[in-house]
Design a protein around this ligand. Sequence first.
Ligand code: SAH
Length: 475
Amino acid sequence: MNYQKNDILTVTIEDMGHDGEGIGKADGYTLFVKDAVIGDVIEAKIMKAKKNYAYARLMRILEPSPHRVEPVCPMARPCGGCQLQMMDYQEQLRFKQKKIEDNLRRIGGFEQIPMEPILGMEQPFRYRNKAQFPVGTDKEGNLVTGFYAGRTHDIINNRNCYLGVEENRQVLDVVLGWMEKYGVSAYDEKTGTGLVRHILIRYGFKTGEMMVCLVINGERVPKQEALVERLREISGMTSITTSTNQERTNVIMGSKIRTLWGTPYISDYIGEVKYQISPLSFYQVNPVQTEKLYGTALEYAGLDGNETVWDLYCGIGTISLFLAQKAKKVYGVEIVPAAIEDAGRNAELNGITNAEFFVGKAEEVLPEMYAKGEARADVIVVDPPRKGCDAALLETVVKMQPERIVYVSCDSATLARDLKWLCAEGYELKRVRGVDMFPMTGHVETVCLLSNRKSKPDTHVDLTLDMEDYYRIKD
Ligand code: SAH
């Protein structure tokens, strides 16, 4: 059957893609439909047709899924921030758990999966400690702020995002009120003119400290005192800064930070470890779940205080410092120099003296140190970006023969590929647990424990798996 653009098909949604889009089949032809939920029977209109699949738009729900709920946020459908709000939270968790299991089975080839129940949130809204609101002007010339619509840079006017803290709205009201009163312009991406580009807000869940950073297309803001005076009235306000970004780019933050009032950072805690967070620092956005994620990694690492641990892809050293409290020595490796500076400073701030950090590619730093006889480990932790671990890194990890490997992953497809390889090299998958760091979105984190069998099975697995196969159906 040949389908084309604008054809309308009736499908039952049976699965969900990476970005939370519903997936259904009509005569073996696959449709990806945004806003459709597993279990829905829908009418969908084809927007973009390929040979074996199409992207389609949800036109009508013929029979709603039993898991369909009314989104809490009235902007949920047009907004690009949430994909799963119309799905019952328990069903979201079930879906994420299944996604991990399916990937381990299909890509990893695992039959018995030692899966533990996914760690969800009690309150799956208002969990983000960071928000970046773009500022613009609508057709009538009014100032607007909110979020980009899915796949575009059109701003959806919404000062009350349900993933962020309630205080965000107060900050946005103050900043936009100040802009209106003093005629401060919003940045226009098309012309590269106008001043205020983004409003970054960070909130320390444990400390109650709040940061506002205005990203501006210029060096200074006019009527600075008036802005500061009103922002200071917001409870918890600790840090008011500007970041200059005069580039015509999608990168939000500029590198130059100026403090208008207070400190150039706020503080917050993960467990007992204190962090100083500046406008440019990377910091996990869901602090409640981060504690569960790192707690699981710590439990899996099984430390008794005598271990040497390597934490690869360590970022600002959050996992390293968490583990350092229970290990003899922790070494962290990370590619971004500024993150390593933060890691060192955070170690000092907490009086942690048994953590050491290296800047560089994990797949270069570790093999080099191993070759020099300077890298040995009882436990190795990896927390790579979506593409997973580099082959050279995994090879060195196996040569080092740690007792345990703890793999923290934000993409269970590449995780499954890497686990398959590690298990063919003599490791055994002992424990797997999902952690829902981003409720209402399609993402899920996974923590795994591998233990050393001390013998290598008679198999070999090729790491050059074509991941494209798993993300898309090929034409
Ligand atoms: N473990 C940290 C961050 C994990 S995110 C935390 O929990 O906060 C993955 C990190 O890997 C990012 O900080 C990224 O900058 C870093 N990274 C990406 N490629 C890398 C490479 N080849 N070598 C080392 N680090 C890398």
